[in-house]
Write a protein that binds this ligand. Sequence first.
Ligand SMILES: Nc1nc2c(c(=O)[nH]1)N[C@H]1C(S)=C(S)[C@@H](COP(=O)(O)O)O[C@H]1N2
Ligand SMILES: [Mo]
Length: 352
Amino acid sequence: MVLESAVTDAQVRGAPGGAVITLVQGVSGRFTSRLHSERVAVQLGVWLGVSFTVAFVTGLISHFMQHPPAWMLWPSRPVNLYRVTQGVHVIGGPATIPLLFGKLWTVYPKLWQWPPFRWTSYVLYGALVIHVTNEWAKVRRNLWTAECVETQEEPRSRRRFLGTVAAASGLTVLVTVGETFAPLSKLAVLAPRAPGVGPQGVPVNRTAVAAGVSQMIRRPDFRLVVTGAVRSELSLTLTELSGMPQHTVRLPISCVEGWSAEAGWTGVRLRDLAERAGVVPDAVMVVESLERSSIYRSSEVRAPHWNDPLTFLALRINGSVLDPDHGYPVRLIAPDRPGVLQTKWVTRVMVS
Ligand SMILES: Nc1nc2c(c(=O)[nH]1)N[C@H]1C(S)=C(S)[C@@H](COP(=O)(O)O)O[C@H]1N2
Ligand SMILES: [Mo]
């Protein structure tokens, strides 16, 4: 949980940032290494520009998927979109650090200009754009023009340096990517969770005990209620819910922490429940958990998602009844959606 909010925060604040904006320019006489050069700085700058752009855009996607303004309707397809954008966001973050250190070292003479205050990712990215615009002449001179000065430094040491930075970056990807790419899960020493590790082969962030629901979810008078702006309110026992048409789908849980894990989910389509209750097509549904106090105890399901035939109130995972930690007796599972919005221990659907 701590990690989870840290990740979300970092997305918004754009760590590990401030440094880049001050990085610039050339060589001061006191710094003798040929790697304190404009050319190396430009090459690393291009890599950094790409990785910052990717981090910024995927961070915005995650932020607005979790907290969409009223006018914003996220698509429910492709089903793995969020899994990919958030995987890239979290796994790409650490990979940027070696690039950043490489560039910091290259422009070391300028380092004392480090800003003494914190940037938001927006300010940071805006500043980065200004920086790149300012430095554009150098980029052109060093990357694309024939006058490109191989004599400026010994090319072999430059290549070795850039190679080392790239390798360090690649290594951090290698030891994280297993959190979402199962074949490399054994290498995922930097990952908070690994696919396949957890009850029923799927990782868990918040257990039923931690959420304080382990007694409530076993009560024989459990009901799933569909209420609010409906033609006829529903109040279904577990037996009635299992008596409705059951479907199976393979969908991932894609946590904002960057890990993701796919599973087979079986249950009732949310749109079948909506139809039975008589819900208007553009209604907003709020799925509520038995969990009492948590920011993840409910989540909003807007029309593109609840109309999607892949959006379920799931009763089973990989063929067996949900483990308490996966949301027994009922949990939401929907395509292209952050894990934080895949509400567990669902007992009520409020329609508005
Ligand atoms: N009620 C409730 N639902 C919740 C959570 C929670 O803390 N409470 N955690 C969410 C988060 S952050 C994730 S990543 C997924 C994880 O689902 P899993 O534990 O089945 O893998 O559940 C989501 N659903
Ligand atoms: Mo999550």
